[in-house]
Design a protein around this ligand. Structure first.
Ligand SMILES: NC(=O)c1ccc[n+]([C@@H]2O[C@H](COP(=O)([O-])OP(=O)(O)OC[C@H]3O[C@@H](n4cnc5c(N)ncnc54)[C@H](O)[C@@H]3O)[C@@H](O)[C@H]2O)c1
Length: 322
């Protein structure tokens, strides 16, 4: 593939562009904000996200989505809340049905409960590829050893995307459970918030890991009930991502949980800090209700974050259910 597009010049889109640029002639990196393109053109740096790492020369920043029209594959690296807007625009500019679209967003649309893949299917009759794994963008940008899973109903598309992404350091494992992979990326945020709440409340470590273990099993049960494979939760996009996001101080959702555990409520509008996991809680709770799935971890997080119950009482209730 000669020409690849990446939409979203944030942490993950920029890091993926850098990786992909090792394998293809040109990477068109679309930024909604013109000033990011201008800075990259002028200095070679996406200074807002990576002030210390120069972008490879074959990464071409653009503020015009039409520049991505003839790309063989397009990676969509915007948060799930902006995903549908991007699909509408891609349709408007007339992206062809041969393009391979890759979703990297870890979220579910609420209240429709569409996965990002379902949204792609509404606009394009193609077999998309979904990507998920225990991948902090900053580590990918620094070319540190990482692995992710990708899945598609069309194996040929997965193989093409693997070849675009893989380097000596960045390994790609193809799996065949698209829905399971997409849901792992969302439910891990709920596990991370649950673990963070417990840490914020200074719950002892034995209990915290018991909660994490229960969250892992609840994740398997949810994925099985929505039509995925339990074994997907054992993969990098499952176990690896759940543990990384739950226990690392770098994780936004772990931080969100910690703050609620300490009874500090974050005003996302005024702070500008967006926690994708927070939007996912309502969606996953609705999925559990729809499929009549019982998840004590989802209920715990829902009670604390959405119903604003006292973490101490919510934890007591959770513990009684284990
Ligand atoms: N698959 C993985 O392993 C993995 C790893 C990290 C992040 N992610 C996912 O990638 C997505 C992006 O995460 P991030 O960490 O890069 O976030 P970020 O906030 O650093 O960057 C997101 C970028 O998208 C842009 N954006 C938002 N809405 C847009 C729209 N409608 N049109 C154009 N641009 C828009 C923002 O301006 C920003 O530059 C999230 O869904 C996240 O969960 C996936």
């Amino acid at each position: 593939m000669e020409k690849i597009g990446v939409i979203g010049a944030g942490s993950f889109g920029t890091a993926l562009s850098q990786t992909i640029s090792n394998n293809v002639k040109n990477v068109f990196l679309y930024s909604r904000r013109k000033e990011i393109c201008e800075t990259i053109i002028k200095s070679g740096y996406n200074s807002e996200y990576y002030p210390n790492t120069k972008l490879n020369k074959n990464i071409i920043p653009t503020n015009n989505l039409k520049d991505l029209k003839n790309c063989s594959a397009i990676f969509i690296c915007v948060p799930s809340a902006g995903f549908r807007k991007i699909l509408k625009k891609l349709k408007e500019i007339g992206v062809n049905n041969e393009v391979i679209l890759v979703t990297t967003a870890k979220g579910i649309e609420y209240p429709s409960l569409n996965t990002m893949g379902n949204i792609i299917k509404e606009y394009f009759d193609i077999e998309y590829v979904a990507l998920s794994g225990p991948n902090f963008a900053s580590e990918i940008m620094l070319d540190l050893a990482s692995i992710c899973n990708i899945a598609s109903k069309n194996l040929k598309n997965s193989i093409k995307i693997k070849n675009v992404l893989k380097t000596d350091k960045f390994k790609i494992e193809i799996i065949d459970d698209v829905i399971g992979l997409e849901f792992c990326g969302v439910i891990k945020n709920i596990n991370a918030i649950a673990y963070g709440i417990c840490e914020g409340m200074e719950i002892n470590e034995n209990a915290r890991y018991a909660i994490l273990n229960r969250g892992f099993n609840d994740t398997k049960n949810i994925i099985l009930n929505i039509g995925g494979l339990k074994s997907t939760v054992d993969k990098y996009c499952g176990f690896g991502d759940i543990v990384l996001t739950s226990t690392s101080k770098e994780s936004r959702n772990h931080t969100l949980g910690m703050l609620y555990g300490q009874r500090i409520i974050v005003d996302e509008k005024s702070s500008g800090i967006v926690f994708e996991g927070k939007n996912s809680i309502k969606a996953i709770k609705a999925v559990c209700d729809k499929y009549k799935i019982n998840s004590v971890i989802v209920d715990f997080v829902y009670d604390v974050i959405i119903k604003k119950n006292l973490p101490k009482l919510a934890f007591k209730e959770l513990w009684n259910k284990l």
